[in-house]
Design a protein around this ligand. Structure first.
Ligand SMILES: Nc1ncnc2c1ncn2[C@@H]1O[C@H](COP(=O)(O)OP(=O)(O)O)[C@@H](O)[C@H]1O
Ligand SMILES: [Mg+2]
Length: 265
């Protein structure tokens, strides 16, 4: 079990944003986390990564280590990396520099450099550069390595933020709406890249989406939140036929006809 929560809760004033969530994730899994807007998905990530402090009685373990009240950098050092719903890249740095910074932020806290301890600094830097260039090839940005991040398209920036998270050499990768703002072609491309990264680097992944369709073909299991609570969990097939899920989605005004289609069909 790479991740486990019990009774995980968080309130903001009178609002229970995350309400008593029990959650388990096996190593090597790719899990979809879906739910309507405001259902608590991002807050769940913020609790897992130490950005928000959970309520009393909440418990979180990562790789068997109790992390409930650890700081973000301590959780990162355990091999947890994430992307944010709102894009975060350093616009005034090149694509390659963005990755190197992502990597150094991690190494500063972790002890990963121990393995490289006997090498000279220059060797370390050049092998790190090779590693980051390999990562860039993997996500299709190698040709843009020397461009400023500000010169990239939205789709490329999404890929770059994925690359920055990967630069931390995570074992658990948490993606918050990685496909937001992408065209359907770019969404397909992104999903392929995510699955490829999972295979190549042996990752465990949780991916937040609010569109069921996007995670349907990618995830073996899907967890559904509504009003901060876990209302369903299972295979895509089970989840899309689940009554509570249909209610949660159709109960609110949905602009996206696709979602209605999928939930009805
Ligand atoms: N820092 C915060 N302060 C107050 N309310 C918050 C904060 N973060 C999230 N919320 C509220 O918690 C609920 C869940 O939000 P969020 O986790 O962002 O939902 P989702 O990611 O599923 O769209 C929403 O009602 C949101 O307004
Ligand atoms: Mg969110």
């Amino acid at each position: 079990m790479i991740l486990k929560t019990e009774n995980l809760s968080k309130h903001f004033g009178g609002l229970l944003a995350v309400n008593n969530i029990d959650f388990e994730l096996e190593e090597g899994e790719i899990r979809g986390l879906i739910g309507p807007n405001g259902s608590g998905k991002s807050t769940f990530f913020n609790l897992l990564t130490g950005i928000y402090r959970p309520e009393e009685g909440s418990r979180i373990w990562i790789d068997g280590i109790k992390t409930t009240y650890l700081e973000p950098h301590q959780i990162a050092a355990l091999g947890v990396a994430r992307t944010f719903q709102l894009l975060r890249v350093f616009a005034e740095m090149t694509v390659l520099e963005n990755l190197l910074v992502g990597h150094h932020l991690h190494v500063k806290y972790g002890s990963l450099s121990a393995a490289l301890g006997t090498r000279t600094k220059r060797d370390q830097e050049s092998s790190l550069r090779d590693e980051m260039m390999e990562l860039l090839s993997f996500i299709g940005l190698a040709d843009f390595a020397e461009l400023y991040a500000s010169e990239l398209s939205v789709g490329q920036r999404r890929l770059l933020s994925l690359g920055r998270a990967m630069a931390m050499r995570p074992k658990l990768l948490m993606l918050d709406e990685p496909a937001a703002g992408l065209s359907p072609v770019n969404v397909d491309n992104l999903l392929k890249i995510i699955l490829g990264l999972k295979e190549r680097y042996g990752l465990t992944i949780i991916v937040i989406e609010h569109i069921l369709k996007v995670v349907m073909n990618t995830c073996e299991r899907i967890t559904v939140l509504d009003h901060g609570q876990k209302i369903a969990e299972g295979s895509p097939e089970e989840v899309k036929n689940d009554h509570a899920v249909i209610e949660a989605y159709l109960g609110q005004e949905m602009a996206d006809e696709d979602i209605r289609q999928i939930l009805r069909g």
